[in-house]
Design a protein around this ligand. Structure first.
Ligand SMILES: Cc1cc2nc3c(=O)[nH]c(=O)nc-3n(C[C@H](O)[C@H](O)[C@H](O)COP(=O)(O)OP(=O)(O)OC[C@H]3O[C@@H](n4cnc5c(N)ncnc54)[C@H](O)[C@@H]3O)c2cc1C
Length: 439
């Protein structure tokens, strides 16, 4: 259901999961939204991506569950298999984590990033009619107290009440709007990742079981390494991700073709089934995991340009929450704009930041805590308490309803932002610019 029109014009830069969700949610809340994306055509790139129940709840509201239905068909179904966690060397299953019954209105969705992205993209563009302009790399932003805008490559200036920079981890908006030219820092880890069809897996009796009875999900946990392997679409597609130590310089590029010999070296002494899986891989990617120090603000000087998703807060994959948190951002700004109205766009943007900042920071930390917990596993503890090695599914993350939360917290925060003098010791997050001036 789309709300009455608000008259608020929103321009979004970037059509990743963050930008598209912001666009769809702005449309739902009655704002006039358009998207500018640098890639010239949609390609089904990448491999596995996970969306927690807190994203499923957002997806479910789109056309009364119809989008979820389409996504589900492409996603892994672990209702009977669960997640089996193995000790890296003996291969024994130390914990079988069953899937909780799950709320049909907040499904967990794990599937191929490119395929899921295509569903969301097509929904936004073809079904809702949101204008998405491809082949438009945005290199200039401007704002004053009344409006904001972007400059396209042909020199055209596009005006709006709010510009959202959802241009990903290498955000140009971050640099232009806030003056941060921060280089990514190595996290000390990298992942090898692969996605391939099950043809060779089915033929090998050692690996057949993972594909022959539908979807499966297994993890092997070792010292400073973890290897996750899943089969999807009824066991038809296979995907593995191996996280390991890596201190390489990441100045130039973060993603390279990987080499199987390097993977075999890391897997020496491991359960031989891991190598049997890896041997079936036609090609793999070596992805350096980088992070950035948290930005002190996501908001421009006149609060008419907002950073969203990875542009504001990159995530490590071990949190499995990067795209989900980008989606929560999109929901929140759309609600704040609706509640504040066209006359109060900058206040809406500041309220958004107040609502989102601390939560995002806490969720970001789980990327490191989950990894460290696995990589420093004390096997005696696991023997006594197998559940201690489970993949954490914490309620404070997954039960969160971003739309409800934004609506419930809006009034108080709006007052704090617009009338701070009414409160004692109000501490609001700062706004930019920290470096350059735009406009
Ligand atoms: C290896 C790896 C695995 C991950 N696994 C998971 C996972 O399982 N679950 C999860 O939730 N998250 C995962 N993440 C994180 C997740 O992918 C991101 O958090 C999420 O995709 C962020 O979405 P976004 O829309 O903010 O940015 P992006 O998806 O990066 O989208 C940004 C978009 O902006 C466009 N763009 C860039 N510059 C410009 C410009 N100047 N002008 C116009 N357009 C521009 C880009 O082309 C792109 O389409 C993983 C990340 C990595 C690195």
């Amino acid at each position: 259901m789309t709300m009455p029109q608000s008259g608020i014009k929103v321009v979004i830069v970037g059509a990743g999961f963050g930008g598209l969700t912001a666009a769809i949610e702005c449309h739902r809340q009655g704002h006039d939204v358009r998207v500018y994306e640098s890639f010239p055509e949609l390609k089904t790139l990448g491999d596995i991506i996970s969306f927690g129940a807190n994203a499923g709840r957002i997806y479910h509201r789109w056309s009364e569950g119809r989008v979820v239905q389409r996504l589900r068909e492409l996603c892994i179904d672990l209702s009977s298999y669960g997640f089996r966690i193995h000790k890296y060397d003996t291969g024994e299953v130390v914990y079988h984590q069953r899937n909780p019954p799950g709320d049909p209105k907040a499904p967990v969705l794990n599937g191929h990033r490119g395929e899921l992205h295509q569903v969301v993209f097509n929904y936004a563009r073809d079904e809702l009619g949101i204008p998405i302009h491809l082949g438009q790399p945005v290199g200039e932003y401007f704002e004053d107290e009344e409006q904001a805008g972007i400059v396209l490559q042909n020199g055209e200036r596009v005006l709006a009440d709010l510009v959202i920079g959802a241009d990903g981890v290498r955000s140009k908006a971050r640099e232009l709007v806030l003056g941060y030219v921060d280089k990514p820092k190595s996290s000390g880890y990298a992942v090898w990742r692969a996605w391939f069809s099950n043809t060779d897996m089915i033929q090998d009796p050692r690996t057949r079981e993972f594909c022959a009875h539908g979807d499966s999900f297994n993890g092997w946990i070792g010292p400073d390494v973890h290897f996750l392997f899943s089969t999807i679409k009824g066991g038809q597609d296979c995907c593995w991700v191996l996280t390991h130590r890596d201190e390489h310089d990441i100045d130039e590029s973060w993603s390279f073709p990987g080499r199987l010999e390097d993977v075999y070296r890391v897997l020496e002494g491991w359960d031989p089934i891991c190598r049997a899986i890896v041997e079936k891989t036609p090609s793999l990617v070596d992805w350096k995991l980088v992070y950035r120090d948290p930005l002190s603000t996501w908001v421009s000087r006149h609060a008419r340009i907002l950073l969203l998703g990875d542009a504001a807060h990159p995530f490590l994959p071990t949190s499995a929450q990067g795209a989900t948190q980008a989606m929560e951002d999109g929901v929140t700004i759309a609600v704040c704009l609706k509640r504040a109205g066209k006359a109060n766009v900058p206040a809406a943007v500041r309220v958004h930041q107040e609502i989102r900042y601390d939560r995002v920071g806490e969720v970001q930390k789980t990327g490191e805590t989950t990894r460290d917990r696995w990589h420093k596993t004390d096997w005696e503890t696991v023997a006594k308490d197998p559940k201690s090695i489970a993949f954490p599914r914490e309620d404070w993350i997954h039960a969160h309803d971003a739309e409800k939360h934004a609506n419930e917290t809006f009034d108080e925060l709006f007052k704090k932002v617009t009338q701070p003098e009414l409160f004692e010791n109000v501490k609001l997050r700062p706004i930019g610019p920290i470096g350059v001036t735009v406009g």
